[in-house]
Design a protein around this ligand. Structure first.
Ligand SMILES: [Zn+2]
Length: 78
């Protein structure tokens, strides 16, 4: 889907000075809560992100790396 920002930028295509100025002041900056701002440092996946303890892994990378990091699985083993 086209955002309002992209739509306006398209109309200013033939006005380089105006479009440059528009982009400078209206471009979306990634906020801390944005999904794209958080990526897995191992595989760049955005879903299932684990931030706790500054891990910044996705859930699947965490599963693979957890034993090496010292995480133990308690409870009934399958
Ligand atoms: Zn990952």
């Amino acid at each position: 889907m086209e955002t309002a920002y992209e739509r306006i930028l398209k109309t200013l295509k033939n006005k380089p000075a105006k479009s440059k100025r528009f982009a400078k002041f209206n471009a979306h900056k990634l906020q801390p809560h944005d999904m794209k701002a958080r990526k897995c440092t191992r595989c760049n996946r955005m879903e299932g992100h684990i931030r706790i303890h500054g891990l910044n892994y996705c859930r699947e990378c965490f599963r693979e790396v957890a034993p090496e990091l010292g995480f133990k699985k308690y409870g009934a083993e399958a």
